[in-house]
Ligand binder design. Structure first.
Ligand code: NAD
Length: 273
């Protein structure tokens, strides 16, 4: 068998239907385009109708398969209606990617109950709702892969991200729960934890006179990650190449959590670039 056909057998998503929440976001859009590029039929779900439309145009323009659905992960009715519509349109859901998420940066003591509830409702309860709606369909076919989009905030806390970090830590528990409860149904559950990814929303931080340098100093690769750099791991987890991986978390942070270089040290091997 040729290299191409071996790689295709392992990693191709042809014939697989991927339901993704938060699909119109900075990360979701790149993942949707990339997944469609390796053959997946993407059911792109989001509340942002305009950006869903733009995503659809891009994927279709590139020759990919995508359907868009307006789904609000805070509403049981909206989630059920959308999941039913995806099953009606595509007959199956092979992969679920929970990517919808929000944050509001403020001190723990400043957070109002309203803000707490909103972040929890989207980032954690939203994943609960969508996963509860999708898994029974996967069980019927005795296969499926769930990918929860966490954050390195589930391990390395940044000030002003307490509730966000709590939701992403909670997602780790959901990931482990799914892995142990649904393995016998052929369903695998994993998560990715991106670090500092450059999206339209985080551009301002990277352009900031001090914050951009602060981040670069703490990331081993000395730069932000780009949404398309999450794709390889997502394709791995969505495809049959990861058939023995479940309950795992993949940290995609350019070496941010592994440490840093806060001071000069003696070396003959300083890269001059
Ligand atoms: N950008 C980063 O640096 C970074 C780092 C780690 C983790 N993440 C995670 O990646 C995911 C995507 O983040 P992003 O940077 O693309 O942000 P983004 O704001 O660009 O995308 C989030 C998407 O979620 C959608 N959304 C919000 N509320 C929703 C709701 N109620 N129902 C359905 N969809 C809703 C938004 O419309 C948006 O399209 C999030 O879960 C985020 O926590 C991002």
């Amino acid at each position: 068998m040729s290299v191409e056909s071996n790689l295709k057998r392992l990693f191709s998503l042809e014939g697989k239907v991927v339901l993704m929440t938060g699909a119109a976001g900075g990360i979701g859009t790149e993942l949707a385009k990339g997944l469609a590029g390796v053959g997946a039929e993407v059911a792109a779900c989001d509340v942002d109708v305009e950006r869903l439309k733009a995503l659809e145009e891009q994927v279709v323009g590139d020759g990919g398969k995508v359907r868009t659905y307006v789904m609000d992960v805070t509403s049981n009715d909206s989630v059920k209606t959308c999941v039913d519509a995806v099953i009606r349109d595509s007959a199956q859901i092979d992969v679920l990617i929970n990517a919808a998420g929000i944050n509001k940066r403020e001190g723990f003591l400043d957070v109002t109950e309203e803000t707490y509830d909103r972040i929890m409702d989207i980032n954690l309860k939203g994943v609960f709702r969508v996963t509860q709606a999708v898994v029974p369909h996967m069980m019927k076919r005795r296969k499926g892969s769930i990918i929860n989009v966490g954050s390195h905030n589930n391990t390395g806390m940044l000030a002003g991200c307490s509730i966000y970090g709590a939701t992403k830590s909670g997602l780790q528990a959901f990931t482990r729960a799914g892995a142990v409860e649904w393995a016998e149904w052929g369903i695998r559950t994993n998560s990715i934890s991106p670090g500092h990814i450059l999206t339209p929303l985080t551009q301002v931080t990277w352009d900031h006179p001090t914050r951009g340098d602060y981040l670069r100093e703490r990331i081993a690769l000395r730069r932000p990650g780009y949404p398309e750099e999450l794709l390889g791991t997502v394709v791995l987890l969505a495809s049959d190449a990861s058939s023995y991986i479940t309950g795992s978390n993949f940290v995609l942070d350019g070496g941010c959590l592994c440490g840093g270089t806060p001071w000069e040290y003696d070396t003959k091997y300083r890269y001059q670039g």
